[in-house]
Design a protein around this ligand. Structure first.
Ligand code: ATP
Length: 248
């Protein structure tokens, strides 16, 4: 379980997080939704300890990652996998080496163990035989699959997904959401996913949290969010121009 309490973060020109509190249940998928620029990625970076808050705590299985430094921070980070917006593959490396990268960085596995894990990883995301390709040779959907295989390869307890379907066509978006859902159900990791695919993503997550004006405005199951009487939630889900959320 990840417990975020009263998280505040200000950058020189703006206060982004103004007291975020959120419980992220273990072994479930939580989607974080909200307008562009509201601080969803900033929130993810606090969860993994890449940014330090001005105030507040992020407990990861009872350890406050905001207070961790050096070796302890590295140990806590080993619990995480991350799939970035653009899959963030290393262009100079083959698919095989991209997926092997976290194993080489974070573990002492032998090359034959690594080979086995990478082959398994490719099979998990349905891209067997792609080992020797380079990122430039892959379609957007393939890149996301490689990114997912890389995020999964260390069998992390928690995986953070920052807009994992950006730039894909609607059918490929659904395929990637389903793949994330199926792999989460199979391996049981805790997932936090920032997404703009609304309402499509609601079919593939357990909990939705809406970030608005620096705080988590509402949290609930996808069904409960869709039925919400909160005006900001309804405006956002419908994409209305009029309502409490101002266009700026
Ligand atoms: N390191 C930083 N230094 C200064 N400002 C930052 C930094 N990181 C993020 N910001 C600002 O914080 C705000 C929130 O950014 P963030 O990327 O978290 O938004 P987001 O909700 O993920 O948006 P999107 O949906 O468009 O990806 C933005 O205005 C951004 O410019």
């Amino acid at each position: 379980m990840i417990k975020i309490r009263d998280l505040k973060k200000q950058f020189p020109n703006q206060e982004v997080l103004k007291g975020v509190s959120l419980d992220i249940p273990k072994g479930q998928i939580t989607a974080v939704i909200g307008r562009s620029g509201t601080g969803k990625s900033v929130l993810l970076k606090h969860i993994i300890g890449l940014l330090k808050p001005d105030h507040g705590t992020v407990f990861v299985n009872g350890d406050d990652i905001t207070q961790a430094e050096g070796h302890r921070l590295n140990e806590l980070r080993k619990k995480f996998g991350m799939l970035f917006q653009n899959a963030a593959l290393l262009d100079s490396m083959s698919v095989f080496d991209n997926i092997a990268f976290p194993l080489r960085e974070k573990t002492k596995q032998t090359e034959s163990e690594i080979r086995e894990r990478v082959e398994e990883g490719l099979a998990n995301v349905g891209i067997v035989g792609m080992n020797h390709k380079f990122p430039a040779e892959l379609s957007g959907g393939m890149k996301k699959r490689v990114g997912l295989a890389r995020a999964l390869v260390t069998q992390p307890e928690i995986i953070l997904f920052d807009e994992p379907t950006t730039g894909l066509d609607p059918i490929m978006k659904k395929a990637i959401h389903k793949l994330i859902y199926d792999t989460q159900r199979r391996f049981g990791f805790t997932a936090v996913m920032v997404s703009h695919d609304i309402p499509e993503v609601f079919d593939f997550v357990d909990q939705v949290a809406m970030l608005f004006d620096g705080v988590i405005h509402e949290t609930g199951t996808p069904g409960a969010m869709q039925q919400s009487t909160n005006a900001a939630v309804q405006q956002f889900l419908r994409g209305d121009l009029d309502g409490p959320i101002q266009i700026n």
